[in-house]
Design a binder for this molecule. Structure first.
Ligand code: GLN
Ligand code: ZN
Length: 771
């Protein structure tokens, strides 16, 4: 039986984030296009040569992108909305970046999304399946014409060939492309555009075959989703057409991020040469797929996890591959998905605890693991004896290490009882107690937590980390910033104050750095979108809170004022969702440990006299599993964790949550079940439409629908905000409504924030007068 090796995609950002530097310098007009393109070519070359050196049989090309692989596909097939100026043929860089970022000034909001203010807006951006990667949503017309508009896949293939690297070009398959697209005027289903799109795929595949490609990797991750009958039919049409029109070219139909499930039959019967399945996300599908596959179908087995940073347990993986020994079509050993979702090279992490480091593998190491596994299969365990021994040792060490296993945390997590997730009294009773304690006016005003992270604030933080500022000097600086913010909020008449979060670098990292069981990398960057990379913290062990994390800052801020100061925490689901999570414990259990740590913080804040505590959970919606059938189970534990974090306090302590922008319809019952006393959400840009979910659900608790779009530097006037509030009060009870901006203000400038919040307070005043 043939055993080969493959990679599905390599991170393109560079070991030292070279791509980011090159992009930003080009965008800033500081360097010419040629410099950017040279950096890009160099990164491609490095990646190809690295993979070639590891001995991989199938090395991807066209996995590189200057911005996003979906945007590349839109450029390839000519899906360029008419609002963008097309200066001739092809897709010149500036057109490409206009679609990516808009042609105006780029603005970034508190949760990292880009928003445009002038010029042509960017394409919409959204999350790639259940990852933290964001792709540019193809925007199609209902009469969209497609034509081959760039030759990027071909160019990249030839570029590699010139370096003596035979590659397997990667394309996103037509069904997935369309299912992720939007038809602008809504007058057609994206899938109905398939007849126009398919010939363009035929054309590019013919060109690739003509240039000498023997395989093409065609990514159809949509095969792990719930599919409509029309989508299933589209898969048949597409792959029958491609088999007929481009005979002789082998297609690897690539699925990842989950199980084929009810699409397994469909996927394994399509007339393609190979099928890739994710055996990390869904190990149970090994036997199913083996049972269904044609004997001559090459099976590509994703056994090295492309979504996390843990070292592969080589012995266990080899054992799991035994069952494929007789598969006539041959197997390919591969990562489960593109390695885009993991950092580039562990070798850069020279400061990490060596024990913890021995448990990790980044993209570069994962390539080696793929090669090792294939050697072990082909030549027997003796051929890789030394590597197996090291892997066994790491696996055993991880199972037993005192750094990971904390008896006290495990006991406490096991002891969580349902009563611990219940507030003492129902909302109606709590509300009376809170009214009495807080004495807030109708339509109380507040903000979501952060105030501008000015260059002064960032400089002080970096000076402190470099040792230029002492702890005492840095603290004094933060105290001054906090005091200024408190005084100013009092002055303009905000009812519930915040301390401003000046001490926080990031809403997850700040907590991760203070929790046990967490570790941070120096160079572990992962692309979130375009030139924005994140460095997710790593949860490697049982999580606990050695000491209070925010109490000092909140109490200090409260000591400055008679008005209520809101304590500010990030919730357990969001902390989990934005970290790399250990793979030796169920996510629900990890989340419960975090929830207990946050619960302790909530209780300590209450003890310190903080009467209002906000627990931010913007990531609950994005944690939803890819398959609807799994939603309830997830939402159950997610909500339970939030409640566990929140429910340790007395009735008169008011719990807030903030959830940014979400498609709330899907999760409104879960939001209800969270039972926060007050929830704030982002509603200004939707002109309060997002409130509909709450209205039709008859959401009983209090709500702060955002009245001010913090993604834009524009300062809304009081009338505009009062209008939005009128809309909100038309459907909600007046005593349900709070007045606040859409989200945190950390990415804004004080020059914008100050007048906007003054206007917001005035808008609340108008509302009070008219009710
Ligand atoms: N408290 C956070 C802030 O204001 C909330 C941000 C968020 O949820 N994205 O920055
Ligand atoms: Zn928000």
């Amino acid at each position: 039986m043939s055993i080969t090796t493959a990679n599905l995609g390599f991170p393109r950002i560079g070991r030292r984030r070279e791509l980011k530097a090159a992009l930003e310098s080009y965008w800033a007009g500081k360097s010419p296009a040629a410099a950017l393109l040279a950096t890009a070519a160099n990164l491609r070359k490095e990646n190809w040569l690295l993979q070639q050196k590891s001995g991989l049989d199938h090395i991807p090309s066209n996995d590189f992108s200057l911005y996003d692989q979906m945007l590349d596909m839109s450029a390839l097939v000519g899906a360029i909305p008419t609002i963008y100026e097309r200066p001739g043929s092809g897709v010149p860089l500036d057109l490409y970046f206009a679609m990516a970022r808009g042609s105006g000034e780029a603005r970034t909001c508190a949760h990292g999304h880009q928003h445009e203010t002038t010029g042509v807006p960017a394409l919409e951006m959204t999350k790639w399946f259940d990852t933290n990667y964001h792709y540019m949503v193809p925007e199609l017309a209902s009469d969209q014409a497609f034509e081959l508009t760039t030759t990027k896949p071909l160019d990249d293939f030839l570029e590699a060939k010139a370096l003596s690297v035979e590659t397997r070009p990667v394309l996103i398959g037509p069904v997935t492309y369309l299912l992720l697209a939007k038809v602008k005027d809504g007058r057609a289903e994206p899938l109905s555009l398939l007849p126009g799109l398919l010939p363009v795929y035929v054309e590019i595949l013919r060109k690739l075959a003509g240039a000498g490609a023997s395989w093409v990797q065609i990514d159809e991750p949509a095969l792990v989703l719930d599919l409509s009958p029309a989508a299933k039919a589209a898969f048949k049409t597409v792959y029958e057409t491609l088999a007929r029109e481009v005979p002789g070219l082998k297609l690897l139909l690539t699925t990842y991020f989950g199980a084929l499930g009810d699409n397994a039959d469909l996927a394994s019967k399509l007339p393609v040469a190979g099928l890739h399945v994710d055996l990390c996300a869904a190990p149970e599908q090994a036997d199913i797929v083996l049972g269904k596959a044609r004997s001559d179908l090459t099976l590509s087995l994703g056994v090295v996890n492309g979504r996390n940073i843990w070292r592969n347990d080589l012995s266990a993986t080899l054992r799991s591959l035994d069952r494929f020994a007789d598969h006539a079509g041959g197997i390919v050993i591969a990562p489960s998905s593109s390695l885009l979702h993991v950092p580039v090279d562990l070798a850069l992490e020279t400061d990490l605890d060596p024990e913890i480091r021995s448990w990790l593998a980044f993209a570069t190491q994962k390539i080696e693991e793929v090669a090792l596994l294939a050697r072990g299969l082909k030549d027997g365990a003796v051929a890789i004896a030394a590597e197996l021994a090291r892997s066994d040792e790491a696996a055993q060490d991880r199972r037993e290490s005192a750094k990971i296993h904390d008896k006290a945390v495990q006991l406490r997590t096991r002891g969580v009882r349902h009563e611990m997730t219940l507030r003492r009294s129902p909302f109606a009773t709590r509300r009376v107690a809170q009214d009495k304690r807080l004495g807030l006016p109708a339509f109380p005003t507040t903000t979501i937590g952060s105030f501008p992270q000015t260059s002064d604030v960032r400089k002080a933080r970096s000076d402190f980390s470099k040792g230029v500022l002492t702890q005492a000097e840095y603290d004094a600086f933060l105290r001054r910033e906090t005091e200024k913010a408190v005084r100013w909020q009092e002055e303009i008449g905000i009812d519930v104050l915040v301390h401003g979060e000046f001490e926080r670098n990031d809403m997850v990292q700040y907590f991760g750095e203070q929790l046990s069981g967490y570790v941070f990398t120096k160079h572990g960057w992962v692309q979130s979108y375009g030139s924005r990379y994140v460095r997710p913290p790593v949860i490697f062990g049982d999580v606990s809170r050695p000491k209070p994390m925010t109490v000092q800052w909140s109490s200090y801020a409260q000591s400055l004022t008679e008005r209520p100061m809101k304590g500010m925490l990030t919730g357990p689901v969001t902390i989990l969702q934005w970290s790399f999570v250990r793979d030796d414990l169920a996510r629900a259990d990890v989340c419960r440990q975090i929830a207990l740590a946050i619960r302790d913080e909530v209780v300590d804040l209450e003890k310190a006299g903080i009467g209002i505590i906000q627990i931010d959970e913007p990531a609950i919606r994005e944690g939803l599993p890819l398959r609807r059938a799994e939603w309830t189970a997830y939402l159950n534990w997610a909500v339970e964790c939030f409640r566990l974090a929140a429910a340790g306090v007395a009735d008169e302590t008011q719990i807030h949550t903030h959830m940014c922008y979400s498609e709330f319809n899907d999760i409104i019952a879960a939001i209800g079940a969270m039972d926060a006393d007050v929830i704030s959400i982002e509603t200004s840009r939707s002109k309060m439409e997002l409130l509909d979910a709450f209205v039709s659900y008859r959401y009983p608790n209090e709500i702060g629908p955002g009245v001010y779009d913090i993604h834009s530097p524009r300062v809304p006037d009081a009338a505009e905000m009062a209008d939005l509030l009128d809309k909100a009060t038309a459907h909600l009870a007046p005593d349900q409504v709070w007045v606040n901006p859409d989200c945190g203000l950390k990415t804004r400038r004080w020059e914008e924030v100050k007048p906007a919040l003054v206007n917001m307070v005035a808008a609340a005043g108008r509302l009070r007068a008219s009710h």
